[in-house]
Structures are given as structure tokens and as C-alpha cells.
Design a protein around this ligand. Structure first.
Ligand code: F6R
Length: 609
């Protein structure tokens, strides 16, 4: 949701800014720009389109300078255009701002500034910030930024470059992420760590409402009253390779293939012979017994991982769990109290609705557990307890390894709760524990099916709609599989509970409509899903089944195509099955010529409502 970068040092800033922006392109890619101080004045280049457009223009007419800021945009206020692109400057280009977030009161500030004679060149909310700083400037740029930001309502991460004190970048973080990278005779600012990995592993993860004055050899942090803040730098463990494609055609494919490792990393040290060890979630038996309800709240893919969590926790522990989409939860006046455990699931840890839901639950005295992939993210900092998904950086907009590791955390939580409920020694829990130990092997085996899936992907080449169906956990999988297909291949896919088709949507089936049927749950549900498949086939549907290896005979009797996962515990089918679904979406999107890593209209890390 917009990526911002800043550089100040001794090297040429443009290349570093451009490189940083490329690492942040997943946050938005409808326009990009940089501004660099050349020793006299600030020069800006900004264009509608991908970062490549900016790079091409810079090749033709390069910028020079050792201090600058950059931005890659996901439009909120004003369509993608050169004028609406960042950086934005004041009238004489002495002040320049890049911004991620939304200024809620920008219209009233804009009107006030227009009355004072300020001229606006864009439709953005950001432009008010730069004119407001100009209006507040009385000889000290930091003071001007402090005063201006006190007037702003909303969420923002800002970096300000100026000609009065060009040896300083001013950065502000309020409800939008910002990190500062510490170098030798140079310092960096970015929305996210991948932009910095090539230059430094030492970073400050800024807390909310923090201001930073960054020069080439110092970083001063304060609060909004200029009280100094002392902070220990955080040592990043991700490598540069984690943020590169490493030979894969797309980040999404690389991240699909990283899942066996991500699963192992997320389980390591937590699933032990002597029980479950979740360092940052110490729940006593007494506290567990007091929990009357668990809420799992998230958005998109993270929500679907939460749905798996509900199925698992309720099945194995009988503790009631409700799932909710965060944008609904926060306005639904939910029933939450001190006996509620609220679980926020968020890869980025910055999703605005998830964060707001979490704050609401905290206000209502719930205990809040965060499941997130980003150390130091807002969700991680504000939760009472954390379980990190150790997926490594996820760059592709379509989430893959984050989902798998979120599901792994759901297994871990289920086992922990079962233990606290005194169920640890039961056969079901022992089987689930064993199954978890083998999940990475099942994941590897699923990856071996790439060639089969490539062939099946051809079936979707000209499809304009399809259905994904399943029951129980298979329905959770159908939801995630259909989201993946929708977002990267632009095919309208509906996920339906297999038994619900006949209550309406079956009317949409015609000769050749594709149905992906998840039937990985052996036993009663398997038989029921097969019946639903037969109903659909009788109306002309073409069915692709995903099932366990041993069910081959029955599946082949009634489906047109099938892909199999290793035989496993029903509850452990999620990871290998989702890998098949992710690969299906990936190859369909490739065959339809879609831009897999940058699907239209989307961006990663949705920091606006
Ligand atoms: C889909 C996808 C999104 C995110 C959702 C939540 O592939 O990536 O649906 O899952 O925007 O994001 P986080 O997990 O960062 O809160």
C-alpha cells in the first residue's frame, strides 16, 4: 500500500532509491517517482506506470545527488497519473514529501490552504502535507514537520527532503510502517525491510508516533513533543536472497516452492517431543480454562487460514471459536470480554482493519494473540502475545507461504490448547502431532505435481467462471484456492460448500463449467462430496478433484481429472492441497498472460480501510 524510501549518505542516491523501490513494488505499482537534492535544488522525476517507466526515463535524463526520497504508489486519492504520483513538492520545490497512508481530514486542510493562496497540482491527500509543512516553516524544518503533523488525522508514514537543511531527512511514522536502516556514513529509510537488505541488516523498527531526524551519520528519534527516544537496533536475519527471485520466473513461484522450508522453520523448536513450546504465548491452564470464546479475525488469505484454525481448534478441543473478517468485526459491536481470546492473523502485521479490530478487542479487555510474519510490525507490537510465522519475506502480492505458515500456527495452537485441556495423551492428538511432523514431506510431494497441474491449467484458458467446492476443512481450502485463482488469473471463481450447490448456484452450471472439488477429508465427508460431484457432473460440469492417493479408484470413477496428495490425517491435508491450488492458480495465470506478481488493482499490505 505505497512504498517509500529515503537515502542520505555519500553515494549517488538515485540508484539506491530505485533499487529500494523495486523491492517495495509489491506495495503498489501504478506510478513511481524519486526526488534528489543536487547540491542546489530538489529535482523530481515521477511517472504513471511501473517503476520500469521511471527507470527508463532516468536512463535518458539521470538525476544526481547524495540525498533523496522515492515512492511507489497504490492510488487512493486521485487516479494514477504523473501529477498524482509522489514525491510532492511545495511551490518553489524547497520541501518535498513522500507519503504512505491516508490523511482523513485533508479536505478541510486543503480548503484552508487554498484560502491562504496555496495552489494544488494533484488530487492527492498527500499534497496537503507538503503545503502544510511550508505553511508551518519558521526556520526549522523539524519543527515545521512536527507542527504540521499535529494537524493531520489518519495514517501516515512520511519522509521529508528539503533545501533549507538538505543534510537531513525527516521521517514520521503514524499507523503506517517505517524502518530506518543504519549504515556507515549513510542511512536509509523504507516502508519495509526488503528495501534495505542489500545495504544493511541493522535497523530501527519505528514505533508508532515516532519522529526521526536522519543525517548521513546520525539518527535522532523523538516523540511528538521532541522528547528523545532511545532504541536498540534490530538485527535482521533475512538474507538478500530472501528478497530476490533466485532464478524463478516469479516471486510467487519461488514462494510456493519455499513452503516445505517455511513449514519446517515454523515448526522447529515449537513441536517438541515433550510438548508444544510457544515462547511468546505463555498460557497457563487456569488462563486457558477461563477462555469462554476464541475469536480469529483477519482479512483475505489470512482469514481463510483462520477458518482452518476454527475447524481444528473446535474439532480437537471443543473450545468455541468464531471467525470474522476484520472489516466487518470492527463495526459489528462484537461480543468480546475478558474471557475472550482474540487472535489476529496478519502476514504484514500492518493491515488496517485487522489492527483496528485488535485494538477494539483490547479495549474490551480480551487477551490478544498475534500471528504475524513481520517482527516489530504494529500487530506484533500491540498484541499481548505473538506467534511468528517464520516464512521469510513474502514479496508476491498473492500470499502463499504466509498462508501455509499461518495454518502451521493453527496446528500448533490446537496442540497447545489440547495439552492445556488435558487431552495431550489422546489418540487423536498423538496422530495430529505425528502428522504435523510429516507435513513438509507431503508439501514436497505436492510440489512434484507441477507438470500435471500445468496440463490441467490449460482447461481454464478461456474460462470466465468456475466453482471450487468442498466440505469442512475442504471448504476452507476451496475458499483460499478460489481467492488465489481470482486475484491472479481474473477468472470469476466462487467457493461453495459442496452440499450448498444445489440450493441455488447449481443453476449456473452448463456444459463444460469447471469445478475444482476438494475431497481430501476421508470418511463420511468424502462420500458426501462425491455425491455432490455426481450431481454437478449430471449437469455438464467438468470436475477436477483433489484427493488423497488411496481414494484414486473412487475419485476416478466420477471425476474428469484428479490430482492426489500423499495419504495423511484428514486434518493435515491443508498444506499439500493448498500447494496444488496455488500452483493451479499460478499456471492458469501464466497461460492467460497475466502479471502474476503484480495483479491488477491489488497491492500487498493493505494499510487503509
Ligand atoms: C491474498 C492476500 C490478501 C491478504 C490480506 C491480509 O493473496 O494476500 O488477501 O491475505 O490482504 O493481509 P495480511 O495478512 O498482511 O494482514
Amino acid at each position: 500500500m505505497c512504498g517509500i524510501v529515503g537515502y542520505i549518505g555519500e553515494k549517488q542516491a538515485p540508484a539506491i532509491l530505485l533499487n529500494g523501490l523495486k523491492k517495495l513494488e509489491y506495495r503498489g505499482y501504478d506510478s513511481a517517482g524519486i526526488a534528489v537534492f543536487d547540491g542546489n535544488k530538489i529535482n523530481v522525476k515521477k511517472y504513471k506506470g511501473r517503476i520500469q517507466v521511471l527507470e527508463d526515463k532516468l536512463q535518458v535524463s539521470p538525476l544526481q545527488g547524495v540525498a533523496g526520497v522515492g515512492h511507489t504508489r497504490w492510488a487512493t486519492h486521485g487516479a494514477p497519473s504523473d501529477e498524482n504520483s509522489h514525491p510532492h513538492t511545495n511551490a518553489d520545490s524547497s520541501i518535498c514529501v513522500v507519503h504512505n497512508g491516508i490523511i482523513e481530514n485533508y479536505i478541510s486542510i486543503k480548503n484552508e490552504l487554498i484560502n491562504k493562496g496555496y495552489k494544488f497540482n494533484s488530487q492527492t491527500d498527500t499534497e496537503v502535507i507538503v503545503h502544510l509543512i511550508d505553511d508551518c516553516y519558521k526556520g526549522d524544518i523539524f519543527d515545521a514537520v512536527l507542527e504540521a503533523t499535529k494537524r493531520l488525522k489518519g495514517a501516515y508514514a512520511l519522509v521529508v527532503l528539503n533545501t533549507f537543511e538538505p543534510d537531513k531527512l525527516i521521517a514520521v511514522r503514524k499507523d503506517s510502517p517505517l524502518v530506518i536502516g543504519l549504515g556507515q556514513n549513510e542511512n536509509f529509510i523504507a516502508s519495509d525491510i526488503p528495501a534495505l537488505l542489500e545495504y544493511t541488516k541493522k535497523v530501527y523498527l519505528l514505533d508508532n508516533d515516532t519522529y526521526a531526524v536522519v543525517t548521513k551519520d546520525s539518527v535522532m528519534l523523538t516523540d511528538s513533543e521532541k522528547n528523545p527516544i532511545t532504541k536498540e537496533p534490530f538485527e535482521v536475519t533475512w538474507s538478500i536472497d530472501d528478497a530476490n527471485k533466485g532464478g524463478y520466473e516469479h516471486f510467487m513461484l519461488k514462494e510456493i516452492y519455499e513452503q516445505p522450508t517455511a513449514v519446517i522453520n515454523t515448526l522447529r523448536g515449537r513441536l517438541n517431543t515433550d510438548g508444544i513450546n510457544l515462547d511468546d504465548f505463555k498460557l497457563t491452564k487456569e488462563q486457558y480454562d477461563k477462555i469462554k470464546k476464541i475469536y480469529i479475525v483477519a482479512c483475505g488469505t489470512a482469514y481463510y487460514a483462520g477458518c482452518v484454525g476454527k475447524a481444528l481448534i473446535e474439532k480437537y478441543t471443543r473450545k468455541p471459536v468464531e471467525t470474522a473478517i476484520a472489516s466487518e468485526f470492527r463495526y459489528a459491536d462484537p461480543i468480546v470480554d475478558e474471557n475472550t481470546l482474540f487472535i489476529a492473523v496478519s502476514q504484514s502485521g500492518e493491515t488496517a482493519d485487522t489492527l483496528a479490530s485488535m485494538r477494539l478487542a483490547k479495549n474490551k479487555k480480551a487477551r490478544v494473540l498475534a500471528i504475524t510474519n513481520v517482527v516489530g510490525s504494529s500487530v506484533a507490537r500491540e498484541a499481548d502475545d505473538i506467534i511468528y510465522t517464520l516464512a521469510g519475506p513474502e514479496i508476491a502480492v498473492a500470499s502463499t507461504k504466509a498462508y501455509s505458515t499461518q495454518v502451521i500456527c493453527m496446528y500448533l495452537l490446537t496442540l497447545k490448547f489440547a495439552d492445556l485441556a488435558g487431552l495431550g495423551a489422546t489418540k487423536e492428538i498423538k496422530n495430529l502431532t505425528e502428522a504435523c511432523k510429516n507435513i513438509h514431506i507431503d508439501a514436497e510431494k505436492a510440489l512434484d505435481k507441477a507438470d500435471n497441474i500445468k496440463k490441467l491449467a490449460g482447461l481454464f484458458k478461456d474460462a470466465s467462471n468456475a466453482f471450487f467446492i468442498g466440505r469442512g476443512i475442504d471448504f476452507c481450502l476451496a475458499q483460499e484456492g478460489s481467492l488465489k485463482m481470482k486475484e491472479i488469473s481474473y477468472i470469476h471463481v466462487e467457493a461453495y460448500q459442496a452440499g450448498e450447490l444445489k440450493h441455488g448456484p447449481i443453476a449456473l452450471l452448463e456444459e463444460g463449467t469447471i469445478i475444482v472439488a476438494l475431497c481430501t477429508q476421508r470418511g463420511e465427508l468424502f462420500e458426501k462430496t462425491l455425491s455432490n460431484i455426481k450431481e454437478a457432473k449430471a449437469r455438464g460440469a467438468k470436475v477436477i478433484a483433489i484427493a488423497q492417493q488411496d481414494d484414486k479408484k473412487q475419485v476416478e470413477e466420477c471425476c474428469d481429472y484428479a490430482i492426489y496428495i500423499n495419504n495423511c490425517e484428514n486434518s493435515a491435508s491443508v498444506i499439500p492441497s493448498v500447494i496444488l491450488l496455488q500452483m493451479l492458480a499460478y499456471y492458469v495465470a501464466c497461460q492467460r498472460g497475466c502479471d502474476v506478481d503484480k495483479p491488477r488493482n491489488l497491492a500487498k499490505s493493505v494499510t487503509v480501510e
